[in-house]
Write a protein of this length. Structure first.
Length: 162
């Protein structure tokens, strides 16, 4: 079954707005499933426009990794929150939802690219952190995931600029 957005006036159809939302947010929320049991987690991320991928890093074991390894297909979203509109009973926001597949990066080169993407997106002063982390021995053993985006949709309140 194919679904459509009920309120076409809220649909984000401009790919640049979708990219700005993915690049301009700090957190994404991912939905996963393993053996019929759902799980939801919020993670900091970095968006790689060239690869249309989201990166995250993680401890080397845990529930989210168990879920992702059991089923690498995920659904996620990022939210640009413009706050509650007082006396209007509404919230001003933009949200981008995506479907993707998780893969875990193995090569040091791929991990460096991912960390560079995340740090440049999240840190207001990325250079000292990039210098320290990109050449660290710890990067070799850090778990870094890439979500390759397969499908994306967006929705926003009228008048919101991303």
């Amino acid at each position: 079954m194919r679904y459509h957005m009920r309120r076409a006036d809220k649909e984000i159809s401009d790919p640049d707005e979708i990219r700005r939302a993915l690049k301009g947010t700090q957190y994404m929320t991912l939905a996963m499933v393993k053996e019929g049991e759902p799980y939801l987690v919020s993670l900091s991320h970095g968006y790689d426009e060239e690869r249309n991928s989201l990166y995250f890093h993680s401890a080397s074991e845990g529930k989210k990794l168990d879920y992702m390894r059991a089923s690498p297909s995920v659904w996620g979203q990022v939210v640009v929150d413009h706050g509650y509109a007082e006396d209007e009973c509404t919230h001003r926001y933009a949200t981008v939802m995506f479907k993707g597949r998780v893969r875990f990066l193995e090569s040091l080169e791929d991990k460096r690219r991912a960390f560079s993407t995340m740090i440049n997106q999240l840190d207001p002063n990325p250079e000292p952190l990039l210098k320290r982390l990109l050449n660290s021995e710890g990067l070799k053993t850090t778990v870094v995931g890439e979500i390759q985006i397969e499908k994306v949709t967006g929705k926003k309140s009228p008048g919101i600029v991303i």
